[in-house]
Ligand binder design. Structure first.
Ligand SMILES: C[S@@+](CC[C@H](N)C(=O)[O-])C[C@H]1O[C@@H](n2cnc3c(N)ncnc32)[C@H](O)[C@@H]1O
Length: 234
C-alpha cells in the first residue's frame, strides 16, 4: 500500500466513524428490524448491524454463488446477528455459529428461528474457537472485526480487531477437516496487512477468491487453508 492509499484509507475511516457516531450508533442502541440479502432479521441492542456496513451484504451475495456445498459442516466465527450462518444453512449446510457477545448469541438464535433454519444452526457463546474445541469443519466463515486498535466497549469488539487476527490464524488449522478451508472477508479500510501477516506466520496459504470495488472501500474474500491440502474447490 502506498503512502497516498494509506492516507485515503485513514480519511475514509475517519469519515465512517463520524457517520457512525452521528447517524448510526442509535441503531445499535435499540432493537430494530432490518432486511438483508432476502432475510428479515432483528438486531438486538449492542449487536453488529450488518445493514449499516457494505461488506456483509457482499459476503452474503458471494455465499449464494455456490461457495457453500450442501451437507458441509460450517463454522461461522463472530456470527453477530447470524446472517452468514443462516445463509449457509439455507444452502443446505449444518452450521455451528460462535460469538463472544451474549447479545449476539441471543440475536442469532432469534434470527435462525424466524428464518426457519434453527434445526440446522447451533449457536454457541464463547471466544473464537473455544466453543468448538476438538471439532473440525469443511468451511469456516469469518467477517472479522478488522479495524485496527483495541476494543474498549462490547460493541467495539465487532469493529476493532485487537489480537483477533493473530489468534484466529493460530488456531484455524486445528479446526479444518481434510480439504477444509476458511472464507475470510476483509475491507481495504481495515488492517488487511495484519491479517495476511498473521495467516503467513501461522503457515497458512491464502488466495483471493472474490474482490469487489465498493468505491469507498474494496471488499476482498480470501480463501485460507493449510498447505498440506490439495487443490481447492471454487
Ligand atoms: C464485523 S462483526 C460480523 C458479524 C456478522 N458475521 C456479519 O457479517 O454481519 C464481528 C463479530 O465478531 C464478534 N467477535 C469479536 N471478537 C470475537 C471473539 N474473540 N470471539 C468470537 N466472536 C467475536 C463480534 O461480537 C461481532 O459479532
Amino acid at each position: 500500500m502506498t503512502f497516498v492509499q494509506r492516507a485515503v484509507a485513514r480519511l475514509w475511516r475517519l469519515g465512517l466513524r463520524l457517520k457512525f457516531v452521528l447517524f448510526q450508533r442509535h441503531r445499535h442502541d435499540r432493537q430494530v428490524r432490518e432486511e438483508i440479502g432476502g432475510l428479515s432479521i432483528q438486531i438486538l441492542p449492542g449487536v453488529f448491524n450488518p445493514t449499516l456496513f457494505r461488506v456483509t451484504p457482499v459476503f452474503l451475495e458471494w455465499l449464494t454463488e455456490g461457495l457453500v456445498p450442501a451437507g458441509s459442516r460450517v463454522l461461522d466465527v463472530g456470527t453477530g446477528s447470524g446472517v452468514l450462518a443462516i445463509a449457509a444453512a439455507s444452502a443446505g449446510a449444518l452450521v455451528v455459529a460462535v460469538d463472544s457477545n451474549p447479545a449476539a448469541v441471543d440475536c442469532a438464535r432469534i434470527n435462525a428461528g424466524t428464518n426457519g433454519v434453527d434445526d440446522r444452526v447451533e449457536i454457541r457463546l464463547g471466544d473464537l474457537f473455544e466453543p468448538v474445541t476438538g471439532e473440525k469443519f469443511d468451511l469456516v466463515l469469518c467477517n472479522p472485526p478488522y479495524f485496527p486498535g483495541q476494543p474498549t466497549t462490547p460493541l467495539e469488539t465487532a469493529f476493532r480487531a485487537g489480537d483477533f487476527g493473530r489468534r484466529f490464524a493460530r488456531d484455524l488449522g486445528d479446526h479444518l477437516a481434510e480439504s477444509g478451508r476458511a472464507l475470510v472477508v476483509l475491507s481495504s479500510l481495515g488492517d488487511e496487512p495484519a491479517f495476511l501477516t498473521a495467516f503467513a506466520d501461522a503457515g497458512l496459504e491464502v488466495e483471493i477468491l472474490r474482490r469487489r470495488n465498493l468505491v469507498s472501500e474494496i471488499a476482498t474474500l480470501f480463501e485460507v487453508y493449510s498447505p498440506s491440502d490439495g487443490s481447492r474447490s471454487r
